[in-house]
Design a protein around this ligand. Structure first.
Ligand SMILES: C[S@@+](CC[C@H](N)C(=O)[O-])C[C@H]1O[C@@H](n2cnc3c(N)ncnc32)[C@H](O)[C@@H]1O
Length: 387
């Protein structure tokens, strides 16, 4: 591979491939910008402000219509940890099996409430009993799978240094993590990995370990969980809006740009070379369509290039000759949101987050802050300070 290509060969006017449209030469940093403006989120203009509703009752029988909830984010009582002082409380069953059975009764009800694109993020920790961990999170996962649920992720909430509960044990390590298990009844649950990665992963998939501290105002006896835990779950799996006619949420449409990160020296050099050699946006699109190995999508189709396989491969070859090894930089170029899908109907409503063990209402607070409608259920709800 060589970068010594005659610039004139790459001038668009001498390339018959460009005869069908006026090529835009990559000639400045601006030319590496977006072809389309970034669209931040589905349109919520005109929708009423997010609402919250608190229902006093049992998580196993909730007075809500079928298919009316987009996401459940919740932390049930952990087995044998606390007495919430109510005859119908979950958590003080005699055996782990009894506890898991109560949680499965909840799941059965929650399945009814979820829209077809809905899912559950369940924060749960384990319990030592008679000197052994009981494997509660794993038992819940196994029972849920037996009941037809998919276990999509077992996320580890790693507590920041000094933030676990003090433990007297001298012959084992102190517990410093809990789980957040993502369950879905179907494979087509709503999931915005792109939006989440942009916020928490610098564009790359951020992985299944969430290192979070406890919020400062957490009273130990109430067992609230961090707001960030709820926020992450909502960003990932609660659509901002859903259709009032069919309940389908708009999904993010993403396109690759030619924009590179100029803070990386290799990316900067790649941009300089592209300018020097007179490459066009069509060249960059061709590199992206063929990919690093030349075995990319261009062999069968070329999303966004508007050209046939042969011409795309020719463009990619020219660009790779011009850029040398730096062509790889353009295969990692930034992606942007260019729009949101539409089911074709008009009406929209906000996505709905439910916490069936709402406690102090952490979930409701975050749902409202992120523009979702919020519903909380608890045998003993503690009035949430919303804001
Ligand atoms: C671990 S706390 C939830 C804490 C909450 N995530 C927060 O941020 O404050 C568990 C809650 O479940 C409630 N609870 C226990 N059994 C219940 C049941 N059968 N139905 C509904 N709520 C129940 C308790 O009253 C308690 O508020």
């Amino acid at each position: 591979m060589t970068a010594d290509v005659e610039p004139s060969r790459l001038q668009p006017q001498v390339l018959p491939l460009f005869a069908d449209r006026t090529p835009r030469v990559v000639d400045s940093d601006e030319a590496f910008g977006d072809k389309a403006a970034e669209v931040p989120g589905p349109d919520t203009a005109g929708l009423p402000a997010p609402t919250q509703r608190v229902i006093v009752g049992d998580a196993r029988k909730i007075d809500l219509p079928d298919a009316s909830v987009d996401l459940i984010v919740t932390s049930p009582p952990y087995w044998k940890k606390r007495d919430y002082g109510h005859a119908d409380q979950i958590g003080l069953e005699d055996t782990p099996q009894g506890f898991v059975s109560s949680i499965m009764d909840c799941f059965q009800e929650w399945r009814r409430l979820l829209r077809p694109t809905g899912s559950i993020f369940l924060n749960v920790g384990d319990t030592y009993y008679k000197r052994s961990l009981m494997g509660i999170p794993g038992r819940i996962e196994a029972a849920a799978m037996d009941n037809g649920w998919l276990v999509r992720n077992r996320i580890i909430w790693a507590k920041e240094k000094g933030q676990g509960m003090p433990e007297p044990a001298k012959n084992r390590l102190a517990n410093r993590h809990e789980y957040i298990i993502h369950f879905s009844p179907r494979t087509n649950y709503y999931y915005d990995l792109f939006g989440y990665s942009a916020e928490y992963g610098n564009g790359a998939n951020p992985g299944d370990v969430w290192t979070m501290g406890l919020d400062r105002n957490m009273g130990a006896h109430l067992a609230p969980y961090p707001r960030e835990l709820v926020r992450r779950a909502i960003v990932l799996a609660c659509p901002p809006t859903v259709c009032t006619t069919c309940g389908v949420p708009p999904e993010r449409v993403v396109a690759r740009t030619a924009r590179l990160d100029p803070s990386r020296p290799q990316a900067k050099r790649a941009m300089q070379l592209a300018v020097e050699k007179g490459l066009t946006e069509a060249h960059i699109a061709a590199i992206q369509a063929t990919g690093v190995s030349d075995a990319g999508k261009a062999l069968s189709f070329q999303t966004g290039t508007g050209r046939n396989s042969k011409s795309v491969q020719t463009l990619a070859r020219e660009a790779k000759e011009a850029l040398g090894g730096y062509f790889r930089e353009f295969t990692f170029a930034k992606k942007i949101t260019t729009g949101w899908t539409s089911c074709g109907h008009e009406g929209r409503t906000r996505g709905v987050v439910l916490d069936p063990f709402m406690g102090t209402g952490t979930t409701l607070q975050v749902a409202l802050q992120t523009g979702r409608d919020a519903i909380g259920v608890d045998l003993n709800p503690i009035a949430p300070e919303v804001g």
